[in-house]
Design a protein around this ligand. Structure first.
Ligand code: AMP
Ligand code: TRP
Length: 330
């Protein structure tokens, strides 16, 4: 029997997921869980890089766990755990910090963006955030990392760190590959189709939350910024708004871009936007129902976390031990 390849990914518990998170990342995670040996984490340590209220974090962690499961992540098929429950993540991060260069971290575009947004709190954690992410991935001898386009640079850094470490001490880490979806990798804001859809956007109309009621979803799509033409045609350069809506519609219905162009030939943007809104609402409806049920089953969620932490801790511990041995700490 050939062993299944390992997948690792994670998201920060910073609020309710958006349609971008779902189409760009979560839906792939679900699709991969039969074919691969999947480990999915709620990366709560990462979210400390931005100031937070402890009570919010507590709630977001459990909520994200429920969102994962509601979206279709099955704790029977994969390991689902809270990053802070496995201390190896923090331990390996320190070690990898000593094998990562300031120059490398200085090039990270996400750091630059976040530093610009949080001028009063540019902490060292924000700077070394990608090293913690590398530790997450490398602890599990990961082959593939499903993420959206924006995480590609962090993944390349993880590969570089792993390669450097292996070069010095022999084969310690599996070198991970990114796994980025072709459709949905970058869902854009509904209000500014030049920037990505993000849950931290101050304009509520810019993003669809996984828990938005159907009326809200339809309304937000109705108000989506488009262009002054009337043709539904895919052209990212000249028609970024319509192209984004087409990608979304294609992602949730499975229809090709050509089919969509044909479907709306001779019809106005109004009809098209309504169709997109309704299709998205329909996709999210069962997820929302599941989510409500899960939040009410607190004991079940606690059990999932406990079992996940044990299973993850076992694998991570083996890698960490090997690292300690290799560098002379045993
Ligand atoms: P974040 O919301 O930045 O914590 O990202 C969590 C995951 O969702 C990462 O894998 C991102 O790459 C992915 N993601 C976030 N926003 C989008 C978006 N607008 N389109 C596609 N993927 C996204
Ligand atoms: N940095 C990722 C994000 O913002 C989250 C993350 C942390 C992650 N550790 C990871 C993603 C390991 C994939 C693998 O989306």
């Amino acid at each position: 029997m050939t062993q299944k390849k390992r997948i690792f990914s994670g998201m920060q518990p910073t609020g309710i997921l958006t349609l971008g998170n779902y189409l760009g990342a979560m839906r792939n995670w679900v699709a991969l869980q039969d074919e691969y040996d999947c480990i999915y984490s709620i990366v709560d340590l990462h979210s400390l890089t931005i100031r937070h209220e402890p009570k919010d974090l507590r709630q977001y962690r459990i909520s994200l766990l429920a969102q994962y499961i509601a979206c279709g992540i099955d704790p029977e098929k994969c390991i689902l755990f809270m990053q802070s429950h496995v201390s190896a993540h923090a331990e390996l991060t320190w070690i990898l910090n000593c094998y990562t260069y300031m120059g490398e971290l200085n090039r990270m575009t996400q750091f630059k963006e976040k530093a610009a947004k949080n001028e009063s709190n540019i902490n060292a954690g924000l700077f070394t955030y990608p090293v913690l992410m590398a530790a997450d991935i490398l602890l599990y001898q990961t082959h593939l990392v499903p993420v959206g386009e924006d995480q590609k640079q962090h993944l390349e850094l993880a590969r570089d760190i792993a390669g450097r470490f292996n070069g010095l001490y022999g084969d310690v880490f599996q070198i991970p590959e990114p796994y980025i979806p072709k459709v949905g990798a970058r869902i854009m804001s509904l209000q500014d189709p030049e920037s990505k859809m993000s849950k931290s956007d101050s304009n509520q109309n810019a993003f669809i939350s996984l828990l938005d009621p159907p009326e809200t979803i339809v309304r937000k799509f109705k108000r989506a910024v488009t262009d002054s033409e009337t043709v539904v045609r895919f052209d990212i350069e000249n028609k970024p708004g319509i192209s984004n809506l087409m990608s979304i519609y294609s992602s949730v219905t499975g229809k090709s871009l050509e089919d969509i162009e044909r479907e709306f030939e001779g019809k106005g943007y109004g009809d098209f936007k309504l169709a997109v809104g309704e299709a998205v609402a329909e996709t999210l409806r069962p997820i929302q129902e599941r989510y409500k049920d899960l939040l009410a089953s607190r004991d079940y969620l606690e059990d999932v976390m406990k079992e996940g932490a044990e299973a993850a801790g076992y694998i991570a511990g083996k890698t960490l031990n090997k690292v300690y041995r290799k560098i002379g700490l045993r």
